[in-house]
Design a protein around this ligand. Structure first.
Ligand code: HEM
Ligand SMILES: *[C@@H]1O[C@H](CO)[C@@H](O)[C@H](O)[C@H]1NC(C)=O
Ligand SMILES: *[C@@H]1O[C@H](CO)[C@@H](O)[C@H](O)[C@H]1NC(C)=O
Length: 320
């Protein structure tokens, strides 16, 4: 064998032996259903035209799916006799939304493909990617990795223990993300998901009445729509531009205008690694786009079911 051939063989072997997340591939549906991705994008686009917030809700669904036993569509399952699902867990109840858009996407993509070939877990990954690109522009578009299969079960207990609550401190956030194989950079970049969407008063009431690392006039204006008692469901934007994927979330943090306790934990002004990243992203939309996309791909790789594991659901709310 010529040395160049030996080199090719070695590279191939190394590629096969090093465990990567290459179980997923951007080309998974290219042959089996080339219409799948354009159809999903068009339903997401329609849904956002109808209600701009839905892009945020779809992004959050993907996050809440991936952080609970991996990106396996478990968040979409309704309760059954066999298990209590994730929809009624504390971080999700009366909060997570977008299920009917997922149903619409599933119906449209199964019709276009003439059979159920696209998993609900992949639908969430694609819908999150499309929402971010539609609300943020082409520099936020990335090739989403595909080939996830759907779980046959879901767990309320796992959702309660694996999703971070907004009361978490910096070190709790770090260790929660670490438990999912995500580092400080991923934490700061992915928290940028809060560049879009809204939060309910009960999730930030303690912050606006009790905390000191908050801009006083920002806190005062929030108290008008979020009273000490009542108004639990009143919505407030997570950053000053809740319908645009941009870097306002980070400039808000630098100015002590983070809405959630957990948001402001990322910026202490003391020069920690996370402070430096918040400052970087606040100044550089390009750096944010680069790292947000990379971390979303990393999050999308969390423990996928592949090959013959799990199933492809025909209704995202139910196992087959
Ligand atoms: C770092 C830990 C995180 C905590 C503690 C947290 C907590 C929360 C809370 C409390 C809300 C408001 C829910 C409501 O009022 O109904 C929210 C909304 C949201 N979160 Fe997070 N989150 C975190 C990370 C993430 C990540 C990693 C993403 C995605 C990459 C994300 C995306 C969103 C979006 C888009 C919304 C708005 C949803 C909507 O308007 O429907 N969050 N989050
Ligand atoms: C519950 O589990 C049993 C055994 O795995 C299965 O046969 C049945 O279809 C499941 N029921 C529901 C409602 O998912
Ligand atoms: C402020 O903190 C006190 C003491 O922890 C607590 O009892 C109270 O409920 C908090 N206020 C709000 C509005 O959350």
């Amino acid at each position: 064998m010529a040395s160049s051939q030996i080199f090719v063989v070695m590279v191939t072997l190394v590629t096969l032996l090093i465990p990567t997340n290459s179980l997923l591939t951007p080309h998974f549906y290219d042959n089996v259903c080339p219409q799948a991705l354009p159809v999903i994008k068009s339903v997401v686009h329609q849904a956002i035209l109808k209600e701009k917030r839905i892009g945020a809700s779809l992004l959050r669904l993907h996050f809440h799916d991936c952080f609970v036993n991996g990106c396996d569509g478990s968040v979409l399952l309704d309760d059954t006799k066999n298990f209590t699902g994730e929809k009624t867990a504390f971080p999700n109840i009366n909060s997570i939304r977008g299920f009917s858009v997922v149903d619409d996407i599933k119906a449209a993509v199964d019709k276009a493909c003439k059979r159920p070939v696209v998993s609900c877990a992949d639908i969430l990954a694609i819908a999150a990617r499309d929402s971010v690109a539609i609300l943020g522009g082409p520099q936020l578009f990335y090739n989403v990795l595909l080939g996830r299969r759907d779980a046959r079960t879901a767990s309320k207990a796992a959702a309660n223990s694996n999703l971070p609550p907004p009361s978490f401190s910096f070190s709790q956030l770090i260790s929660n993300f670490k438990s999912h194989g995500l580092n400080v950079r991923d934490l700061v970049a992915l928290s940028g998901g809060h560049t879009i969407g809204f939060a309910k008063c009960n999730f930030f009431r303690n912050r606006i009445y009790n905390e000191t690392n908050i801009d006083p006039s920002f806190a005062a204006s929030l108290r008008k729509t979020c009273p000490r008692k009542g108004g639990d469901n009143n919505l407030t934007p997570l950053d000053a531009t809740p319908l645009r994927v941009d870097t306002t979330y980070y400039t808000d943090l630098v100015h002590k205008k983070g809405l959630l306790h957990s948001d402001q934990q990322l910026y202490s002004g003391k020069g920690r690694e996370s402070d430096k990243l918040v400052e970087l992203y606040s100044k550089s939309p390009l750096a944010f786009a680069r790292d947000f996309k990379a971390s979303l791909i990393k999050m999308g790789n969390l423990k996928p079911l592949t090959g013959t594991q799990g199933e492809i659901r025909s209704n995202c709310r139910r196992v087959r």
